[in-house]
Design a protein around this ligand. Sequence first.
Ligand code: NAP
Length: 480
Amino acid sequence: MQTRNLIAGQWTDTGSGGEIEVVDPASDDVVARVPMCGASEALIALNCAFEFQPKWEATPFTQRAGVLRAAAAMLIARKDSLARLITQECGKPLPEAAGEVQYSADYFSSAANEIHALDDMHIALDKPGVRGVVRHRAVGVCAAITPWNFPLAMLARKVAPARAAGCAQLAKPAEETPLCALALAEILLECGLPPQCLHVLTGDAKAIATTWLMDGRVRKLSFTGSTETGRLLLRQCSQEIVRCSMELGGDAAFIVLADANIELAVQSALQAKFRNAGQTCICPNRFLVHKDIASEFAARMAIAAAQLKIAPGLEEGSNIGPLIHDEAVKKVRAHVADALKRGGKLVCGGRTKDMRDRPDRFFEPTVITNCNPNMLCFQDEIFGPVVAIMSVTSADQALEIANASPFGLAGYVFGGNHATALAVAQQLRCGVIGVNEAAPSNARAPFGGVKWSGYGREGGIWGLMEYVTTQYLALRELNT
Ligand code: NAP
């Protein structure tokens, strides 16, 4: 297990602030210790990345793509050990973690496949003797700050396109889950990435980010995390006009129309809602179900939820692992209490399960009906396994409620008539939508939000273009 930081081409195990304990949320066992770096290490990394930037930018596409393809293959080859690492530091069930490794590898394959989108483009100008050339130039040194809920994939989404685009990169993973980021850096070096091209620092988020963003040499920040932190970083980025991609919080609506196939809707809701115990940014937060089928939907959800196995993610058959930390449990409890106080009806769950000598972090799959937009669970990301259902009278009412949220990351529409479901989906104001589909994310497709969920896209050609600037040259041919 790699526990050292990668700074200025060297693996280092000391941080100016001491060290951070990485804890398994299912047991509170210390899994590893990593350096607590701060401003001084952040500056060393930045100096090196800035110096190296032109070299990587000058590296031919074929060589860059070669590193990306090798990394994709190595991620797959190490799927089992990486999946265990994900589960150990973030708690999700092992099969989900294996899915995350595959998803991460897909970002590397996709970036390699899309690299020729960066080829120069030629424009025929209506001007004799002059032609136009459009170039896609690396944006420069970029920074990546990532959350704990997809410790490998959220970084893969940033590292793969930045490598393809020709950027040197500085990365800071979440305090809870630094190990996957370090493992990814190790893989990239083994695949031939020059070590000065990627720097991974664990430690004091504020000190590290401030050093990078206020310096003037970092030209791009890609951040995934909460809207609150995103706002803070945007303020910092305004100083040096640092270009940003902001992948922020969600409040997804899950609309079930009157003619929906209820079984499909229930199975999809289970998959979308309970993945990572409800701790994903595209988790349905607000279930808006037509009144004709709302009771049946809730009853079937409760039956299906009761069959989920609550257990540590490494245990065979686990469906719901622990929440990441005690604060997360507190938040979910507060959401449930608020919903019940405001008239919600508890159908199942609503509390943590007694796991004897394990931490009190295993929240039972919970179904609450009679919800409404005044409840906390309809206004704020629950980030836990709670299905909050409101019965609606029409698709229009569902859309009105769905679009009233200041967030706009993902949405879901389930309906028996494709054209109707599609028409509803197209009126949702969010960036990613599943129509009769529970898992809309794909490494080849654009992922990102609108409004308080941020801006910028990750995945496919869209993710790649976030790391380049477009330069236009008007070239007059000289008669020499
Ligand atoms: P978070 O608290 O905002 O932290 C995310 C990252 O920001 C971590 O690396 C954290 O470092 C760092 N950070 C925190 N405060 C900072 C500061 N003052 N300056 C610089 N960096 C700072 O979010 P989280 O709790 O880890 O993640 C959950 C959130 O991420 C949810 O809202 C979820 O919806 C969102 N998310 C969005 C997407 C998407 O694609 N839109 C995907 C996944 C998750 P430390 O850990 O060291 O504090």
